[in-house]
Design a protein around this ligand. Structure first.
Ligand code: FES
Ligand SMILES: [Fe+2]
Length: 336
């Protein structure tokens, strides 16, 4: 997908789920055009850094080993610390103080792993929020929900979709009927751009009521930068979800989707029972594939002829999105 803005977006971006990394696990990742290594050290902390060893360039994510808080390169055993510095060269009693791997800040929130990306390596400019803590009026206790991973999580890799295009689904009320087979059209009840967040409240009118203002379902949502959005459903359904998009390079992204589904009263298990799994799959997990069938072939339109219903929030979102583009697009012509 060609877009008139960079894929090297600033912000927090989801790169996986905590449960994918046991203590001592080392894995290769590729995001923002960089080969990366992710590992969980022996104290349980996650780290993400440049994947290629500064000695002779082996990819540490393929065969590297955790030693204490370091990761050891599989080629000649050089060890790198969580600050990216060289900690050990086998057979030598010195370290190389000049060489350093670039370190990307990592946080884990509610079982999801996020990395901070800034095209020039600047430090995080805001905190990644707690997913279940975001809408305190709707409850914050993780114990009220089934575990999101693996049952209620999906990832799809290397999709030709830019994060902004995914978020533009939020203010797009009119696609629900066509793409998602909705029988009522949701209504944007409120929206606001606040710093690095874009917040909205959507209502799904109650089809059985004569009162057009009566809502069967409300969806509170916050975009945590361009990396994704966190939603809380209130009404006929009371689940939470995260939908996140992380650029792999300047053409494709990985998409992550997790749902926190309320536990059936009296069920003390963390693992959702089959009938709940089946319902969530059918009603909610499919929506991502429906949107993707459009996004995969969509062409970005710079000045779309928007319906009056959607125009204001849509343009607000696009204006807000500009703050995350600290560099020009890769194919931008140099100024004459
Ligand atoms: S390439 Fe990593 S230790 Fe030699
Ligand atoms: Fe959608």
């Amino acid at each position: 997908m060609k877009v008139p803005f960079t894929w090297k977006v600033t912000g927090w971006f989801m790169v996986g789920w905590s449960a994918e990394y046991e203590i001592g696990d080392v894995k290769p990742l590729r995001y923002f055009g960089e080969d990366l290594v992710a590992y969980r050290d022996h104290a349980g902390d996650m780290h993400i850094m440049t994947g290629h060893c500064r000695h002779l360039g082996a990819h540490i994510g393929h065969g590297g080993k955790v030693v204490g808080d370091c990761v050891e390169c599989p080629f000649h055993g050089w060890r790198w610390g969580p600050d990216g510095r060289n900690r050990k060269i086998p057979g030598e009693d010195r370290v190389n103080r000049g060489l350093r791997l670039q370190v990307y800040p990592v946080v884990e929130r509610n079982g999801c792993v996020f990395m901070w990306h800034h095209p020039e390596g600047a430090a995080p400019q805001w905190e990644m929020p707690d997913i279940l803590g975001m809408f305190p009026e709707l409850g914050t206790d993780p114990g009220n929900f089934y575990r999101p991973y693996p049952e209620f999580s999906r990832k799809t890799a290397n999709e030709p979709v830019h994060p902004q295009v995914v978020l533009e689904n939020g203010p797009d009320s009119l696609h629900f009927e066509y793409v998602h087979g909705a029988t009522v059209t949701p209504r944007m009840l409120d929206y606001s751009a606040v710093g690095h967040t874009w917040n909205f409240l959507t209502g799904w009118p109650d089809a059985r009521s004569d009162d057009p203002d009566r809502m069967a379902l409300k969806i509170h949502a916050q975009m945590f930068g361009l990396g994704g959005s966190i939603s809380a459903f209130d009404g006929s359904s009371k689940h939470r979800l995260i939908f996140a998009t992380t650029p792999v390079d300047d053409e494709v992204s990985d998409l992550f989707y997790s749902i926190w589904w309320p536990r059936v009263p009296g069920d003390s298990s963390d693992i959702p029972p089959p009938e709940v799994r089946e319902r969530v799959e059918r009603q909610f997990l499919v929506t991502v594939w429906e949107d993707l069938s459009i996004w995969r072939y969509q062409k970005y339109v710079d000045h779309p002829p928007l319906s009056p219903k959607d125009a204001k929030p849509y343009l607000s979102l696009r204006q807000w999105a500009k703050q995350f583009y600290d560099v020009p697009p890769a194919d931008a012509k140099a100024p004459a």
